[in-house]
Write a new protein. Structure first.
Length: 207
């Protein structure tokens, strides 16, 4: 699974000379919370709604409403945008993009290909990928299979599914402590009870 499968390709951007007010208005209109900053087609910065809120005057300020509006309308994005932008490539693995976000404590990455902005991927997109991997949107009955991690168990489970003509709509596994593995499958078929009994007879714990 790669970034290009989950990134948003319709990316709204701002220029360095646009004002904080313009950027905030665009975010409200498009219901987004981050904007790449482009200058002559080149990525030169990145700004989030949190960045804009931090630099906007506090309501407790002694400035008048006219002065507040003037500051917001006149301060250019180039003064508040992040200059050292963490980016990724569309062919980067989705897990590597998630790791980048986690390590840098950020919620989104501009996606560059040949130094051109081609998309943006956010924590929400990563969550979508996770839901797809876990089969949350796939049809079928959710079955959790657990046992000691040993060579050949995937083949054994797959053979059991085939024996009882069971269709697997999603499949994922997770390593537990004490050398155990947990497999999550969504299954379709008329012999799911038989599958359960067969696996339990082989020593699998079925939930």
């Amino acid at each position: 699974m790669y970034v290009r499968q989950f990134m948003t390709t319709q990316v709204f951007t701002v220029s360095p000379e646009e004002s904080i007010a313009d950027a905030m208005a665009l975010m409200r209109e498009k219901k987004i919370d981050r904007l790449p900053v482009l200058e002559k087609g080149k990525l030169v910065g990145f700004v989030t709604d949190g960045d804009l809120r931090e630099v906007s005057p506090s309501p407790a300020t002694t400035l008048s409403i006219f002065e507040l509006n003037y500051l917001v309308a006149k301060t250019p994005i180039r003064e508040v945008a992040i200059k050292k932008v963490i980016t990724c490539h569309p062919d980067m693995g989705i897990e590597d993009a998630a790791l980048l976000m986690r390590e840098h404590k950020i919620g989104g990455l501009p996606v560059l290909e040949d130094n051109k902005l081609v998309g943006i991927i956010t924590g929400y997109d990563i969550l979508d990928a996770f839901l797809d991997i876990m089969g949350s949107r796939s049809p079928g009955k959710r079955v959790v299979i657990e046992r000691k991690d040993e060579k050949g168990i995937l083949l054994d489970i797959a053979t059991t599914f085939k024996t009882y003509d069971t269709n697997v709509t999603s499949f994922a596994f997770y390593h537990l402590r004490e050398n155990k593995v947990q497999l999550l499958a969504r299954l379709q078929g008329d012999q799911l009870d038989e599958v359960k009994v067969s696996l339990e007879e082989k020593g699998y714990n079925i939930r």
